[in-house]
Design a protein around this ligand. Structure first.
Ligand code: ADP
Ligand code: MG
Length: 247
């Protein structure tokens, strides 16, 4: 079972888009996938066009998996995020010790049930993101190809380092360039800089593709909404790369 967090402190870089379409793509290939939304905005459920009655906050509070895990597609299950996570954040903050392991403890009983557990995280650096990073072994960081991209990634890497001291198996395994626009010179330049700095950890880029921004409003994955789009093609390539790294 692989546990991957899609994370980067900066917002609007394609984290949710990536978490949804990576998960759906893996499920399409036959893997059993659990997608966990760690964001109070709860956009993952909307993007999949579903309205679960419960989610990750309820599971952490002690509700059973059968009542909290929602079957969103074939082989794709969802632990929804949303407003309830605000209360969970407060509860974690009140703990005297071990708060960063709250999510790991709650998800431990699910070990082995899935091939992949993918966590979408909120922008910023909150207790929920820290919990997600303590739980996973792999981080996939989407990086929008724009000014300051490298600096943002370096800062995020430093924050990750602080967690790695307590959780040595954690690695930043994938760096995913997003919003690639070949007509913009800066975009290609930053892509090259990323490759120089992070080498084979850099995935094939996701191009800017308007279909990717339309799909969530329709409650559809990119493969459902626009299967022939550049967005579907690019996310297929990412899925293939992630599957190819399986040991
Ligand atoms: N490659 C892309 N091309 C065009 N629009 C995109 C692309 N990736 C994401 N978007 C859109 O950009 C916005 C931010 O993406 P999102 O995945 O929500 O980022 P994050 O979760 O990091 O905040 C959303 O409206 C999304 O639909
Ligand atoms: Mg998001």
């Amino acid at each position: 079972m692989r546990k991957i967090a899609v994370a980067l402190s900066k917002g609007g870089v394609g984290k949710t888009t990536t978490a949804v379409n990576l998960s759906a793509g893996l499920a399409d290939l036959g893997a059993r996938v659990l997608l966990v939304d760690m964001d109070t905005q709860g956009q993952v459920a909307k993007a999949l066009g579903v309205r679960p009655r419960a989610g990750i906050a309820n599971l952490v509070a002690g509700a059973p998996p059968e009542e909290t895990i929602f079957a969103a597609r074939d082989r794709l299950w969802l632990l929804a995020g949303g407003r309830e996570l605000v209360g969970l954040k407060r509860e974690i903050a009140r703990k005297d010790f071990g708060g960063e392991r709250t999510l790991s403890d709650a998800l431990a009983p699910l070990d082995g049930r899935y091939d992949y557990i993918i966590l979408d995280t909120a922008p910023g650096w909150d207790t929920l993101t820290i919990n997600a990073l303590f739980y996973v072994n792999e981080v996939l960081a989407p990086v929008a190809l724009e000014a300051m991209a490298l600096q943002g990634l370096r800062e995020f890497g430093a924050s990750l380092g602080a967690i790695q001291r307590y959780h040595q198996q954690l690695g930043m395994t994938y760096i995913l360039p997003t919003f690639m626009d070949r007509r913009v010179r800066k975009s290609a330049q930053i892509f090259e800089q990323l490759q120089e700095a992070y080498q084979q950890r850099v995935c094939p880029p996701i191009r800017y593709n308007v279909r990717l921004s339309e799909a969530p409003g329709q409650g559809k994955t990119i493969y459902e909404y626009a299967p022939r789009s550049a967005g579907a093609e690019d996310y297929h390539a990412l899925v293939a790369q992630v599957v190819g790294d399986e040991m």
